[in-house]
Design a protein around this ligand. Structure first.
Ligand code: B12
Length: 213
């Protein structure tokens, strides 16, 4: 039996190899990717956030944890992706300018992909111009913006303004998320949807597309 507490510990201690090893065992034993991600991996990152806040962990520790998390996520991602013949909508996703956090954004992207959306991932540090260009180029139905810093979340408003200035506001729905973002902020800046987790992000995205749950 896979002891998934080892996965939690591997994320906290930034141990890539043991994170990958235990994830492989868990997959072979039939654990669902959602259970592995939500109950162990995200919990590990949350613990690191707390330690960082308390001055008990530092940026190199966070980087090691993020690396371990990514290693496990890479193994789980194919299991999240369903076999959809035709997409239910097109999503452009990115972390906003000035912000390099991408774990949560990638989780949201993978879940959306797994639930039938085509996802164009613009990466991190994405400018409003890039978002606008991508919406035009891909004829996206939804933009998903992520921010993890209280300073960078403000940039989401600039992206929404740029979308409006480009005459695209009627064409594309806007979803926002990331640890410091909440419903009140989302409403204030004129976003159409918000979620504080990847599972619910899919529910909201489907609602915005007018698809029954
Ligand atoms: C890992 C991490 C890092 C890593 C990032 C590695 C990577 N590849 O992502 C590194 C080391 C690079 C880093 C750097 C920094 N970090 Co940092 N980091 C974190 C940490 C510990 C975890 C973030 C994480 O991955 N969480 C796990 C994921 C799964 O959760 P999530 O991102 O919230 O995403 C979920 C939801 O929010 C939602 N969601 C996310 N995006 C979206 C988008 C949409 C559209 C939707 C619908 C939903 C959604 O769904 C996701 C899945 O459930 C957080 C602490 C925390 N508690 O958040 C600090 C934290 C965000 N970092 C912080 C800081 C200060 C920094 C630095 C400034 C540190 C420094 N002095 O250099 C730099 C900034 C670099 C930059 N320019 O971006 C602070 C921010 C404080 C603030 N109020 O702004 C935090 C909160 C730590 C703290 N407690 O002080 N960090």
């Amino acid at each position: 039996m896979a002891d998934l507490n080892i996965l939690y510990e591997s994320i906290v201690n930034g141990k890539l190899e043991s994170a990958v090893e235990i994830t492989e065992v868990a997959i072979a034993e039939g654990y669902s990717p959602q259970e592995i991600i939500n109950n162990y991996m995200i919990k590990g990152m949350e613990e690191m956030g707390q330690r960082f806040q308390d001055g008990k962990a530092f940026v190199p520790n966070l980087l090691m944890s993020a690396r371990a998390m990514k290693g496990s996520l890479d193994l789980l991602k194919p299991l999240l992706v369903g076999s959809t013949a035709s997409y239910i909508g097109k999503v452009v996703i990115g972390t906003v300018k000035g912000d390099l956090h991408d774990i949560g954004k990638n989780l949201v992207g993978s879940m959306l992909e797994g639930c039938g959306f085509e996802v164009i991932n613009l990466g991190t540090d994405v400018s409003s111009e890039k978002f606008v260009e991508a919406v035009k180029e891909h004829k996206a139905d939804i933009i998903c913006m992520s921010a993890l810093l209280t300073t960078t979340m403000l940039y989401m408003k600039e992206v929404i303004a740029a979308i409006a200035a480009a005459g695209l506001k009627e064409q594309v729905k806007i979803m926002v998320g990331g640890a410091p973002v909440n419903m009140k902020f989302a409403t204030q800046i004129g976003a159409d949807g918000f979620s504080n987790n990847a599972n619910n992000a899919v529910v909201i995205a489907k609602e915005l597309m007018g698809i029954e749950k």
